[in-house]
Design a protein around this ligand. Structure first.
Ligand SMILES: [Zn+2]
Ligand SMILES: [Zn+2]
Length: 193
């Protein structure tokens, strides 16, 4: 076996994984306009300032956030008991890893959820849940737990280590005994970072 090829395959595998995760980044602005268009079709929201949602500044959460997927931050001094509308909102931050083809359906739903907070439904009460259930994409509404476990995997660091040569490679996932050391040809061992 030509071991230099093995090494190249390892690199390709990891590179492909990274490309897949980041493929076709979606702009938050486009995402927001699409969600607002969809919200205009919901008659239960027609008395609210849905158009005003487009003026809310959009930002991103830290890459390594796991359980927080998006957040609606009200301006200083705005209380949850106040009359809230889009102008009460300082910004909405969304997880950067949701902004790609793979998670786009969930990204739309997440932003819809935060926009409901921006329209004055500050708590996850009965009325909030009723409106949230009106989102047209039922599958997207259930994607939260799988996005959380996807993030756990992305953040879980592994070292692939050769016990004889002590050569270490940092990787996102386990090698599961599939790769060999290019110096001594021994199996690489997984060590959690
Ligand atoms: Zn919420
Ligand atoms: Zn070795």
């Amino acid at each position: 076996m030509n071991l230099s090829n093995v090494r190249i395959n390892v690199e390709n595998d990891v590179e492909n994984e990274i490309k897949f995760a980041l493929n076709t980044p979606i702009s938050v602005k486009k995402l927001s306009l699409a969600v607002i268009e969809e919200m205009k079709k919901i008659s239960d929201l027609s008395h609210l300032d849905v158009t005003g949602l487009s003026k809310i500044p959009l930002g991103k959460l830290r890459n390594n956030a796991v359980r927080l997927h998006a957040v609606c931050r009200y301006k200083n001094g705005v209380k949850k008991t106040d009359e809230i509308s889009p102008i009460s909102v300082r910004c909405i931050d969304i997880h950067p890893r949701v902004l790609n083809d793979r998670w786009s359906r969930y990204a739309n739903f997440l932003l819809f959820h935060e926009f409901l907070h921006a329209l004055g439904f500050s708590n996850h009460g009965k009325e909030f849940r009723r409106l949230e259930a009106l989102w047209h994409d039922g599958i997207a509404r259930e994607m939260g737990p799988s996005f959380t476990s996807y993030l756990r995997n992305m953040n879980a660091g592994w070292l692939w280590v050769c016990p004889s040569c002590d050569i270490r490679h940092m990787r996102c996932k386990r090698s599961n005994g599939r790769y060999r050391c290019r110096l001594c040809h021994g199996s690489l061992v997984d060590i959690k970072r």
